[in-house]
Ligand binder design. Sequence first.
Ligand code: TYD
Length: 213
Amino acid sequence: MSTPGAGRFITFEGIDGSGKSTQARRLAAHLRGLGHDVVLTREPGGSPGAEEIRALVLQGDPDRWSPETEILLFTAARRDHMERTILPALAAGKWVVCDRFADSTRMYQGLSRGDLLDLVNQLHALMIGREPDLTVLIDMDPDEGLTRAKSRRTAEERFEDFGIELQRKMRAGFLSLAEASPGRFHVIDGAGTEDTVAARVADTVAAFDGATA
Ligand code: TYD
């Protein structure tokens, strides 16, 4: 539970093309408008070292890394991001809005290539040891998400090559993570205009803040 006046740690999760990056940006702007000091960040990345690891994990051959090595790389990036960006900001009373965090590793590395969720959780407990105060899951129809993700192809496409079956599995996986941690997760319907979804997110965060203030 957050302390009044202290920083809040909010993460956005969802399948590729769910619109979560746009919504994370919109929430950061909204919170700044309310007078909060906000750090908007993302994973993998969010600190100089972690951004270097980002290029290693998101570019190149899909078989470039074994699943286990990939988990280590994402966790290394997250540890650096925590040390250099997230924890200092929270200690200074800022709000941290982060586009993806450990739940993405639980899904993408824990579910997509074998059952490695226990390994992801063990490493998280050992090396990260903290969950967000609030996780906003932008829930989205997998076909629509894939169409959106494909329309903006970049060099960072290692995970976007896996197709519709993976998108469906990821969506179900995110929803079951949310069910398992109902206090931390809030599921937002990602259908509708950007403004509509942004209003849903703002209402959810206001309710969360009211409950923790
Ligand atoms: P991101 O830049 O958020 O892309 P998008 O906006 O398209 O969702 O994330 C890039 C990819 O990294 C995305 O396909 C999911 C993947 N990813 C993992 O596989 N594990 C992780 O722990 C994280 C944080 C991301």
